[in-house]
Write a protein that binds this ligand. Structure first.
Ligand SMILES: NC(=O)c1ccc[n+]([C@@H]2O[C@H](COP(=O)([O-])OP(=O)(O)OC[C@H]3O[C@@H](n4cnc5c(N)ncnc54)[C@H](OP(=O)(O)O)[C@@H]3O)[C@@H](O)[C@H]2O)c1
Length: 263
């Protein structure tokens, strides 16, 4: 089991949902957090809650909030210049709109790609060289089990999550032989403002608190590449991912017939 106590993590996407609860859980473990997102008031409130949540006193200073918009290069550079020494970076920022290719919304699609894909590349372009200089570090990229296969109504979002998994694999390969550990976290449905947009029943949906606990547990086993949960959804989606195209598209057609043209 790896130690999180005393480690300084930069957590991007910490103002709400999974990231917010992950910050609280890591603070409870005695890690020090630099929390980032756009909503400054939510970050300030989180700092107060993290101080209260401290289970074990951190060994490396106080928690800090650095507001940031990952969709602009200047904002990422400015934030990185203020972050200082970090032992790890967690990318949990995300944007989502349920969307079918039949009714594309280009503004939303561009936001999804900016936040979920270009944003993480901007952050990694700053962090990875620094971690390489240290020859030590921990990178966690939050993807999704929806990235395993092209699914209905995930136009744009699914592609960015598949790209996130791919990116984490690239990074792990490129950093083999260093002491920099790379993990991808693929959650199933988690109850946040993001999933509030879904009009369908979400099987095995879990609370953000429970998701954060699962991520912390996975981060302690940093040699394990993928942190994925809940197991039932992961197994189902992994089976779909290895299904030959002939059967996969037949199944999708059946599902579409059952749930109508919008599914
Ligand atoms: N909820 C699920 O079921 C689920 C399942 C699988 C994967 N995920 C992934 O988990 C991650 C967190 O999702 P969530 O459900 O916790 O969503 P959420 O509650 O909407 O939180 C998203 C976070 O991303 C930040 N963010 C969005 N745009 C940003 C930008 N331009 N710059 C900086 N930060 C930005 C938000 O902060 P501000 O608005 O303050 O900027 C917020 O802190 C996402 O990557 C999502 O795709 C979620």
């Amino acid at each position: 089991m790896s130690q999180l106590r005393g480690k300084r993590f930069w957590l991007i996407g910490a103002s709400a949902g999974i990231g917010r609860h992950l910050a609280l859980s890591l603070a409870e473990q005695g890690a020090t957090l630099v929390v980032s997102a756009r909503n400054e008031a939510a970050l300030a409130q989180l700092l107060v809650e993290m101080e209260n949540a401290r289970g074990v006193a951190p060994l490396s200073g106080d928690h800090e909030a650095i507001p940031l918009d990952v969709s602009t290069r200047a904002s990422v550079s400015e934030a990185f210049s203020r972050v200082g020494h970090i032992d790890g970076m967690i990318y949990c920022a995300g944007a989502y709109e349920p969307m079918s290719a039949r009714q594309p919304d280009l503004d939303s699609l561009e936001t999804i790609v900016e936040v979920n894909l270009i944003g993480v590349l901007r952050i990694l372009a700053h962090c990875v060289p620094t971690l390489c200089q240290q020859n030590a570090g921990h990178v966690v990229l939050v993807g999704s089990i929806s990235g395993y296969r092209g699914l209905p109504n995930a136009w744009g979002y699914g592609a960015t999550k598949a790209a996130m998994i791919h990116l984490a694999e690239n990074l792990r390969c490129d950093l083999l032989g260093t002491d920099i550990h790379v993990q991808v976290c693929n959650p199933g449905f988690v109850s946040t403002r993001l999933t509030e947009k879904n009009a369908f029943d979400m099987p095995f949906i879990m609370s953000p608190e429970a998701a954060a606990r699962r991520i912390v547990k996975g981060m302690k086993r940093k040699h394990k590449f993928e942190i994925a949960f809940p197991w039932a959804m992961v197994t189902l989606l992994k089976c779909l991912a290895i299904l030959p195209y002939f059967f996969f598209f037949r199944l999708m057609k059946l599902i579409r017939r059952k749930f109508g043209p919008s599914s």
